[in-house]
Design a protein around this ligand. Structure first.
Ligand code: PEP
Ligand code: MN
Length: 447
């Protein structure tokens, strides 16, 4: 008999990627405090997201999951959140039109503060210091003092997540997410930029579709349409003490929900089938994502699916392939087939970011827009060939005009990376590159 799950029993399992906290007592005190805090999201909302994802699992919806690699404690202004929401909505309009199905929008937002890393330390000016693990753990300054893990930061992460949820709510309920408004922003992009010109035809078709709907008497600013436009929250479930402290049993269903976000995922470095992270998410009712990297075998993947989706529930499991553009076409098909044969109704997402990272000559961690597009193209090819649904994309982006990824319509060059390289972790697409990507994906979907 399986042992009954409880939110803290992951502590009996092998755990990877945890900080060395300075004091166990302090850590416990912070966990006790978090257990008293109000939920950030609610079971009813999580259930609604699961229903939307079930549609994606059946080929009737497309998922756009996007946001920062790591959110920053130093930049959580309403303006920054608004800019991210804006670009996600702009992308969603284009993807809705081109996929012909509704787009489920999930932010890497309101809690994306913890980072897994490939090595424990890094060398800065000849000094070996702990590697940056996200603002929920310590500051990003490359000094020994700043990199001391501080459990109190989990409380700050909670507070900032809560403020971010409130800002998203205010923006989406305040009409910011109106469909025709997002379309008119896109028209500005198309009209004002050389890279946008290429997409004039798609923009014109969307314009006609909107006019058609208006002519039929569909009021696009109508409340009901607005309410459908929701940005769900998500982050990597890495610090399991934080997640467990915000996990509560829903009195009506008696099920446990991780109320720190609507959706959480497990990274490529913590997906061990018998490890603590898989154990923790196996017991929560939230939709759960698992990153699937190039070293994942079909057997491992099936073991993870068995732990996380024993009942084969549509909308429960999202598999996020992050293979690298030169590997996706060879590595993905077997995995997709295996999962399909085992009968797990998963949503397959393409993360074209994490398998395509390299260091530029000047030392900037970056990604090339064409590699990103090539991985998405390969992902679509594989699903087309197998007759399975390419369920969505998982992107690292920001609403700001940063220069972190190379290429895109405006062609960010290696020599330009230093101009606005602002990320505290991985390189993100800027707003124009993100829109560029949405239109390029639209071309793939329409073809
Ligand atoms: C991430 O999504 O930021 C990440 C670290 O991904 P992965 O676990 O796939 O490397
Ligand atoms: Mn990342």
């Amino acid at each position: 008999m399986e042992l009954q799950w409880d939110p803290w029993d992951w502590q009996d399992y092998e755990i990877a990627q945890q900080p060395s906290w300075r004091s166990q007592d302090e850590l416990e005190a912070v966990r006790r405090e978090l257990r008293l805090r109000a939920p950030l999201v609610f079971p009813r909302e999580i259930d609604a997201l699961r229903r939307s994802l079930a549609r994606a699992a059946q080929g009737q919806a497309f998922v756009l999951q996007a946001g920062d690699c790591a959110e920053s404690f130093h930049d959580h202004s309403a303006a920054a959140i608004r800019a991210k929401l804006r670009v996600i909505l702009q992308m969603a309009v284009v993807l809705t039109y081109s996929s012909g199905v509704s787009v489920v929008k999930i932010g890497r937002i309101a809690g994306q503060y913890a980072k897994p890393r490939s090595s424990d330390t890094e060398v800065h000016h000849g000094l070996e210091i702990p590697v940056f693990r996200g603002h929920i753990v310590h500051d990003d300054d490359p000094t020994l003092e700043a990199r001391q893990p501080d459990p109190q930061r989990m409380l700050t992460a909670y507070d900032l997540s809560r403020a971010t949820v409130a800002t998203i709510k205010a923006l989406t309920e305040g009409g910011f997410s109106d469909l025709s408004r997002a379309h008119s922003w896109n028209q500005d992009f198309v009209a004002s930029s050389p890279e946008g010109e290429r997409y004039e035809a798609i923009a014109a078709e969307i314009e006609r579709a909107l006019r058609f709907m208006a002519a039929c008497g569909i009021d696009l600013s109508h409340e009901e349409v607005l309410h459908q436009i929701t940005l769900w929250t998500s982050h990597e479930a890495l610090l399991l003490g934080y997640e467990a402290a915000l996990t509560r049993r829903d009195p009506s269903s008696q099920r446990f929900y991780d109320l720190s976000a609507h959706q959480v995922w497990i990274g490529d470095r913590t997906r061990e089938p018998k490890g603590a992270h898989v154990r923790f998410v196996s017991g929560i009712a939230n939709p759960v994502g698992v990153k699937v990297g190039p070293t994942m075998t079909s057997d491992e993947l099936l073991a993870v699916c068995g732990e996380l989706d024993p009942d084969r529930t549509p909308g429960r499991l999202m598999l996020v392939a992050r293979m690298g553009h030169d590997t996706v076409r060879s590595a993905l098909p077997d995995l997709v087939r295996a999962v399909q044969s085992a009968g797990h109704p998963v949503v397959w997402l393409c993360d074209p970011m994490h398998g395509n990272t390299f260091v530029s000559e000047a030392g900037y961690k970056t990604r090339d827009f064409e590699d990103i597009m090539d991985e998405i193209t390969g992902f679509f090819e594989v699903h087309r060939r197998l007759g399975t649904w390419p369920g969505g994309i998982h992107i690292e982006l920001t609403g700001e005009d940063v220069t972190e990824c190379l290429g895109g319509g405006e062609g960010v060059l290696e020599t330009e990376l230093s101009r606005a390289y602002d990320t505290i972790c991985d390189p993100r697409l800027n707003a124009r590159q993100s829109l560029d990507l949405a239109y390029r994906v639209a071309e793939l979907l329409i073809r």
